[in-house]
Design a protein around this ligand. Structure first.
Ligand code: PMP
Length: 422
């Protein structure tokens, strides 16, 4: 089966691309385990998990069954005034596995929306306390999504969000953490953000950050003590802490949630992407009883958000099946085996003159080049090498499904070595 790629390029907008000079697109006709099959018949090993989401690869029996079973009962029903078992079961599971104290669950459609919900929760919390605050503090090189609130706390440099500068709420940005995951910790790394907090405390509703791994902003891994320090800073100055675990959640970093590296609980957490094992769009924002109760007892009396597809039963049923599967497959051993293999197979890249850095955490492997890559050229070469890897900027990175086989991972890493030496 060949796809009408000409129609696609003329009419379909793809992520972050031009309508007049789009990057080439490859047609996929099916996907199974870690293999994507193109319309040309070519098979590619998937290194991306469809942007952090497909934990168990594609066409997963348990997730297919969950979707089919739910489909025969009901695909969707509004969540206003109605509820259902898939949402109740999912909320129970999320409360049980996320860091402790996060007991109230708000379901939404996508990661960006779950960030909007988190920001609104923080604003409504302070409003309910009659101490309205209007700013958020975040760290440079962060990424939180493409909607307006999320864009306002995403680093404008490099994200192209500076285009919308005049429309975006003005937030506070602390420097990117200076100490990486493996380096020796020094408390002075917290000086700059501490100073920003001290100078602006009265107006800061919350600090929002991606715990430990900054994803789209540069695939940067920072020290757990930094996160611990931020939690302490928030406690000291009565700020809320929002952890965006949309990319890091569900075991990707080697912990079920990256906050566990620092042994902290945020006041609000956002989860998405891998929540349905990569099957469909769903996200959740969880918060504490204290915040939920304060919002509910404030002047508004309600939390002001309610998407049409909130708590979609199909997505919730698949999410339940995905979480059950994750917890039953020995994910920790799988992720730590991948971590070991990624470290071994990517190590030779550091000797290439074009390569700036090689880093691995959990099931995430990153090769950072010294110069920006030509994505179309590198992508084409990677496809010729039989792998699906989507580089951006200076980064070639993979986050494979947890079920990837050793030889498949080796092939992905060898392909990275080949294109990094071009
Ligand atoms: N936060 C983080 C950390 C992300 O990586 C992303 C997605 N790249 C988002 C938020 C936005 O999620 P979505 O694309 O589902 O809106």
């Amino acid at each position: 089966m060949t796809l009408d790629l000409q129609f696609d390029s003329k009419h379909l907008w793809h992520p972050y691309t031009s309508m007049t000079n789009p990057l080439p697109c490859y047609g996929v006709v099916s996907a199974n385990k870690c293999i994507l099959e193109l319309d040309s018949g070519v098979q590619l090993i998937d290194g991306m998990s469809s942007w952090w989401a497909c934990l168990f690869g594609y066409n997963v029996a348990e997730l297919n069954d969950a979707a089919k079973n739910q489909l025969d009962k009901m695909a969707h029903v509004m969540f206003g005034g109605l509820t259902h078992q898939p949402a109740i079961s999912l909320a129970k599971k999320l409360v049980a596995i996320t860091p402790k104290g996060l007991d109230k669950v708000f379901l939404s459609d996508s990661g960006s929306v779950s960030v909007e919900v988190a920001l609104k929760m923080a604003l409504q919390y302070w409003h309910a306390l009659d101490q309205p605050k209007s700013q958020f503090l975040t760290i440079r090189n962060g990424y939180h999504g493409d909607t307006f609130g999320a864009m306002s706390v995403t680093d404008p440099e490099g994200s192209m969000h500076e285009l919308y500068h005049d429309f975006l709420a003005k937030q506070l940005f602390a420097p990117q953490p200076s100490i990486t995951f493996d380096q020796e910790w020094h408390p002075s790394a917290l000086n700059a953000i501490t100073q920003l907090v001290e100078e602006n405390q009265q107006n800061i509703a919350a600090i929002i950050l991606e715990p430990i791994v900054q994803g789209a902003g540069g695939m940067f891994f920072y020290h757990p003590e930094y996160l611990k320090g931020i939690r302490a800073l928030c406690d000291k100055h009565h700020l809320l802490l929002i952890a965006d675990e949309i990319a890091t959640g569900f075991g990707r970093t080697g912990k079920l949630f990256a906050c566990e590296f620092a042994d902290i609980s945020p006041d609000i957490i956002c989860v998405g992407k891998a929540i349905t094992g990569g099957y469909m769009s769903l996200a959740a924002t969880l918060t504490t009883n204290k915040i939920a109760n304060t919002i509910s007892q404030g002047k508004a009396g309600v939390f002001m958000h309610g998407p049409t597809f909130m708590g979609n039963p199909l997505a919730c049923a698949v999410a339940c099946a995905s979480i059950d599967k994750l917890l039953s497959i020995g994910w920790q051993d799988k992720v730590s085996t991948i971590e070991q293999q990624l470290s071994n197979y990517l190590a030779p890249c550091i000797d290439l003159p074009q390569v700036q850095d090689v880093r691995v955490l959990g099931a995430i492997g990153v090769v950072e080049m010294k110069e920006n890559l030509d994505v179309a050229v590198v992508q084409k070469r990677l496809v010729e090498l039989g792998v699906w890897i989507r580089p951006f900027g200076k980064l070639i990175y993979i986050m494979p499904p947890y079920i990837i086989e050793k030889q498949q991972l080796k092939k992905l890493c060898d392909a990275i070595y080949t294109v990094a030496s071009l």
